[in-house]
Write a protein that binds this ligand. Structure first.
Ligand code: ZN
Length: 297
């Protein structure tokens, strides 16, 4: 199935939900960053969770999350846009841990159970808003949900999953549901029942269920209105050679000339997508000529 996100609202105004398939974008993250299994599962969950939270912002909006836990993976940073571009990285992508007692990747230990999740939401209107919550479990989904409950002041559910095997990411996806002001006890029971019988999300994706089918199954008993056609999701970074060159423009003229002489080029790597940029000697000298001029320093 193609990566994407579908959102829906209950016609009775009791809840809203979104479901996402992120298999290809998590696989791309795995390959670009040479992620271990553990890091694939952890970053994949974070990428999926951030993508789901973009269902609350406009197409020009953006959601950035930084998981700063005390586990060996170090920081996990993800950036998802309302337009469907999702990107992110793990500080220590090679860390591998033994499976936990349930036979699953030990994400909680890898991320760390202590630390903070910092979230910046730019809804696309007005100034971006940043807030932080303590990590709940380091399981990612639960931590994002903790943030949602704290910031939205309403009950919600966040499920994120990544199924990765020796051949790569087989399925990745997630589901988010949020209670709306008109919800009742019945809404909560209905949601709990639907989720209790849903089974594993990555299993359903592997079975070939479509995103609307998964939503209907999770929210059986609710009359859902699909809010829009599927929003495509993809691993896509905003970096470019031009931006890298632009960033070099803040150096002063002499620094650029020194760099052109030794080592004879400028190199930089984008944290988010691992793309490598090189600016050759000639171009550095051009830059020194045209932009350097000692704007800074
Ligand atoms: Zn990049």
């Amino acid at each position: 199935m193609e990566d994407g996100l579908v959102k829906a609202i209950d016609l009775g105004g009791t809840l809203r939900a979104a479901v996402a398939c992120t298999t290809q974008l998590v696989e791309e993250a795995r390959q670009r960053h040479s992620l271990s299994y553990t890091a694939t599962a952890a970053l994949g969950r974070a990428l999926t969770g951030a993508a789901l939270v973009t269902s609350m912002v406009s197409r020009s909006g953006r959601v950035t999350m930084k998981f700063n836990g005390n586990g060996p993976l170090g920081k996990i940073v993800v950036d998802a846009r309302g337009s469907g571009s999702v990107v992110g990285y793990v500080e220590n992508p090679n860390v591998e841990l033994p499976l936990n007692s349930l036979g699953n990747f030990d994400i909680s230990r890898a991320v760390g159970r202590q630390g903070y999740l910092h979230v910046t939401v730019d809804s696309g209107f007005g100034a971006p808003h940043t807030s932080s919550v303590e990590l709940r479990s380091g399981e990612i989904g639960e931590d994002i949900n903790h943030y949602l409950v704290a910031s939205e002041q309403t009950g919600s559910v966040m499920i994120v999953g990544v199924h990765v095997t020796r051949s790569g990411v087989v399925a990745a996806g997630g589901l988010m549901a949020q209670l709306l002001p008109d919800h009742t006890e019945e809404t909560i029971c209905g949601l709990e029942n639907g989720l209790a019988t849903l089974g594993s999300l990555t299993f359903l994706l592997r079975q070939g269920l479509s995103l609307p089918e998964i939503l209907n199954r999770a929210l059986q008993g609710f009359e859902l209105q699909k809010l829009m056609s599927m929003q495509k999701l993809q691993f896509k970074c905003n970096c470019s050679y031009e931006r890298f060159v632009q960033a070099l423009g803040v150096l002063n003229k002499q620094d650029l000339i020194n760099m052109a002489e030794d080592p004879g080029l400028a190199e930089g790597r984008c944290h988010f997508c691992n793309a490598m940029y090189h600016v050759e000697r000639e171009n550095l000298l051009d830059l020194a000529q045209n932009y350097g001029g000692g704007q800074i320093g």
